[in-house]
Design a binder for this molecule. Structure first.
Ligand SMILES: [Zn+2]
Length: 546
């Protein structure tokens, strides 16, 4: 009997050993795990897309069999694939795009580009361009000026940070906006001194697809061009070492993005965060609300959470502040919704156990939101509410305390710390855009780009912090915020975010050691090999799998 048992045991063990035989081992590397209990290992083993062992090269090599493939890292740095926790996929407006000079082109320069585009574009076709703070805040920039040079082409000029749009008259008409269009919930039209006539500028919801239904958006979209754009973007993402992308569905519904994603067949993880909208009667409209979170035909795609745009940004004076804007006496900014309206958004999310993502950042507005949430008889922690930007969360110790109590996650966008053309920096403020303080206070901090998705640019700004150098993170902290905490911020920390046993093998082998190179060299970093689920999805051809 004992012999039978022993034989059985040996059989079970050898079966187990076969099951454990790695498909691939990575050895002789500097593998940054993002797990603070063991930040670096030399080697790891992968089986069926997951990490099955980490440790020293000698130990991992012992696990390999004749079937196991090997990748000698030759001392290169490996990081978990970056997870961009906040970005926006293109919306696919069918348009001639005008090139803009820099982040803050002059009105004259943009008008010149439009004149050129008008000559090259068939009448009736959209012309689209990007504007900066100067034009967004210029009273003379109106549709009437655009109408003179482009009476027969619809035009949309969108601010690069998304909260201001400028249309010509045909553009407004094409979008279905009447001359006497009232403001919808969640957006504003700028009006001439008569208080009625539209200037062509729209804010918030009105900037992007002004007061337009998703059906209208779909009719203006070029889906094939969008697929091409996605594919081009994917190459750049993978070459940057990004393996996860959390998309705020500004330009299309989550269902539309999922369909286009499926056609494009892209090999990285995409999370689609629904974009919430409020109807004029105050009822909530959340497109793709009933769409399943995951489906077996699209294993890399997740649909979850809802984003609400509660206010604008300090750039156009949209964020609501305690003190008036220095350049606009008596103007404090404004929220897009009232507190009772925001409470409705909260209740809706609580009922569905849905994760809330609030665009919020002002000194006043953050206080109002925290007060509201704290007043509700809800255990917020398990719902992991997110404040996107959350710039002024350190305005008062009371804000910090409430954020801690409710488990608020801050998703910050380091490229927003960049000095802005034409805006003097001044001395560092004592609050706003905090990073290090948040970590010290144990508030989860994830990094998203909400702009250029280059992780090394974002790491550079997170670790130098031109606005508040005292709030700069270490590079290790920045990478952890970009991987482990970004996964936590989407309820995926059991699956990904660290290079530890049981996690998916999503990783990037980097061209240089980003923890050691001097700051100016950071931007030269590229991934030389990117893996998603243990499969090579980008390969610069410098390393050989044998
Ligand atoms: Zn954003």
């Amino acid at each position: 009997m004992r012999i039978v048992l022993a034989t059985l045991l040996i059989q079970i063990i050898s079966l187990w050993a076969v099951a454990q035989q790695p498909d691939l081992i990575l050895t002789n590397g500097q593998i940054f795990t993002s797990d603070t209990s063991q930040l670096y290992v030399e080697a790891l083993a992968i089986k069926s897309g997951r990490i099955t062992a980490i440790g020293r090269t000698v130990d991992i090599e012992k696990l390999a069999t004749r079937q196991t493939k090997r990748l000698d890292l030759g001392g290169m740095l490996v990081v978990p694939g970056f997870n961009d926790a906040h970005n926006h996929l293109p919306g696919g407006l069918k348009a001639t795009k005008i090139a803009s000079a820099g982040m803050d082109p002059s009105w004259e320069a943009v008008l010149d580009s439009i004149r050129k585009a008008v000559r090259q574009t068939p009448e009736g076709q959209w012309i689209e361009g990007t504007i900066g703070p100067s034009i967004a805040n210029l009273p003379a920039a109106t549709r009437f000026v655009l109408d003179k040079i482009a009476p027969n082409h619809p035009i949309r000029l969108l601010s690069w940070w998304g909260h201001v749009g400028l249309y010509n008259s045909l553009g407004l008409r094409e979008m279905g906006i009447a001359e006497d269009q009232p403001d919808p919930k969640g957006g504003f039209y700028e009006r001439m001194p008569d208080g009625k006539t539209l200037t062509g500028k729209g804010y918030e919801k009105n900037a992007y697809w002004p007061h337009t239904s998703y059906a209208k958006m779909a009719s203006l979209r070029d889906e094939n061009a969008m697929i091409g754009e996605f594919r081009g973007m994917t190459q750049a993402l993978l070459k940057a070492g990004i393996t996860s992308y959390q998309n705020m569905c500004t330009g299309a519904t989550a269902a539309d993005y999922a369909r286009i994603w499926k056609k494009a067949g892209l090999p990285f993880r995409l999370r689609l965060i629904r974009w919430g909208d409020m109807n004029t009667d105050g009822s909530l409209s959340i497109p793709a609300k009933d769409q399943p979170g995951t489906t077996s035909d699209l294993p890399l795609l997740t649909i979850s959470g809802t984003k609400w745009l509660l206010e604008g940004t300090p750039i156009e004076g949209g964020a609501e502040q305690v003190d008036a804007y220095p350049n606009r006496p008596g103007w404090y900014g404004r929220m897009n919704y009232t507190v009772p309206e925001i409470e409705r958004m909260c209740r809706e999310a609580i009922d569905r156990k849905d994760q809330l993502h609030f665009h919020i950042g002002g000194t006043k507005s953050i206080g109002k939101l925290l007060d509201l949430m704290a007043s509700m008889p809800v255990d917020w922690k398990p719902l992991r509410p997110r404040f996107e930007h959350g710039d002024e969360i350190d305005y008062s110790p009371e804000y910090i305390r409430k954020a801690q109590q409710m488990g608020i996650i801050i998703v910050q966008n380091p490229t927003h710390f960049a000095p802005m053309e034409g805006v003097p920096m001044g001395p560092p403020p004592t609050h706003g855009m905090a990073m290090k303080t948040l970590l010290n206070k144990h508030i989860p901090l994830a990094i998203g780009s909400d702009g250029p998705f280059n992780p090394y640019l974002n790491i550079m700004f997170a670790t130098t912090h031109p606005r508040r150098p005292g709030e700069a993170l270490s590079r290790e902290q920045a990478v952890i915020a970009y991987t482990r905490t970004a996964a936590y911020a989407e309820f995926a920390e059991q699956e990904k975010g660290t290079l530890t046993v049981g996690k998916v093998a999503d990783l990037a082998v980097l061209s240089q050691n980003i923890f050691k190179v001097p700051v100016p060299k950071l931007l030269q970093t590229e991934s030389i090999l990117t893996m998603v689920n243990g499969a090579i999805v980008y390969d610069a051809g410098l390393l050989k799998v044998k």
